[in-house]
Design a protein around this ligand. Sequence first.
Ligand SMILES: [Zn+2]
Length: 467
Amino acid sequence: MSSLEAQRKVNAGASRLIPLLLFGILGYCTWVLVDRVCIHYLLNPPSDLDIPRRTGAAIAILILYFVLLPLWALPYIRTLQVIVTNPGFTELRRDQEADLEKGHQPSFLRSCGNTTIADGQTENDAIPKPAMDRAAVLAGTVNPPPGLDEFWTRDAFMCDRNGLPIFCNMCNNWKPDRTHHCSEVNRCVRRMDHFCPWAGGIISETNMKFFIQFLCYATIFTAFLLITMAVLIADRRQKMGSIEVHWVVVLGLSALFFLFGAGMAGNTVMQALQNTTTVEKVHRGYRTDYIAVLIDPTMQQLPPAAPESTWRDGPTPYVGSIVYPLRPSNGHSETWNFNPALRDQQGHELYPNSRRFAVLCLAPSQNPWDISPLRNMKSLMGEEILDWFFPIKYSPYMVHDYQDGYYPFGAVLERLKADAGLTPARANIDQPHRRRRRRRRRRHSSRSRTADGQEMESRAESGDGSH
Ligand SMILES: [Zn+2]
């Protein structure tokens, strides 16, 4: 068993135990507060001491406790439920699922160049892990894996430096924007934030809203318990001259969970306001991200490309362009004009539906999805104010059926286009509008299997592009 597999087993076991442990701790705290504190101290104080019965205080504490408890418990249970029923994995193609079950290599990879078996210390599964041969795909000598049309039929998507969407060598599939391969479950997860042992699974686009609600309510709940226990312990010490060990244990537990929960809640809300994830924050510092942006076909001339040495901080973010759908380069001697809608002598488009994308390089600090704090929060928590407080509806950003991209892009994209000379510079760039895709294309059309090959403006080397 590799160390990765062993780690996965440990994490899987811990993630099942920790929710049970949390509910055990909750049960214990409830018993202490209700029985030991309210019933045996506030309502029925020791008869030999001159301590008045405090019914009002006991009722107030019990009401607050049992109002605050479900407020955090319900989003927590909803998070656990979504982790099981809708964990946010990217879809596997049917052929790929069958291949994974049979333990065979996915079929398209037979035409897709080199095959490497992953090292047991990194990702050792029964299935060999072939890497896509980007150079061959870009050179038009092999078919690209199917599914490319999900990307180039939109107006912008994240890509590698060649303009190909990001490819996951573990899942053998293209990765939609903001998708991360989670080694814990060995699957690509949409808008993955982190693997959370407290919630027993992955925090992703499907449950981030409920997770934030859980953290915020749990912080309020533990703060209430902490203050209540601290006040009552001081009160008892003053009146009875003693302390009870159960009370102190609850005080300690509530202090521990308050500090942990408040830290997590603050960090998670801050990231939500910026529309970023833990994974993206970590990667943004050292990884170079590229974004493919549709070029207006009426533009007559391509802008000058930045030299490779200055891609992250050069005078222009433009590093090259690519035309989709990819076409075989062998057998076709013509070179592409800038305008993909090239016409023959009769005026017919030679390549109807072709789309040319500029490949733009993001600076390390640029987050293309940051729109505004309020809109970022609305895209996560919901448009209606009630959605923000109750763990019922999913986040609006789970809708990916938009023309502009998998997720709404912010002003950074317009600024990048202006910097690249693709649009006239504007002083105040407004939020991008969201257009519904006119029609949903089938996820795996035959086009991407048959129409391959490509054309690149600036370079032919294959990028790694693994995210
Ligand atoms: Zn993957």
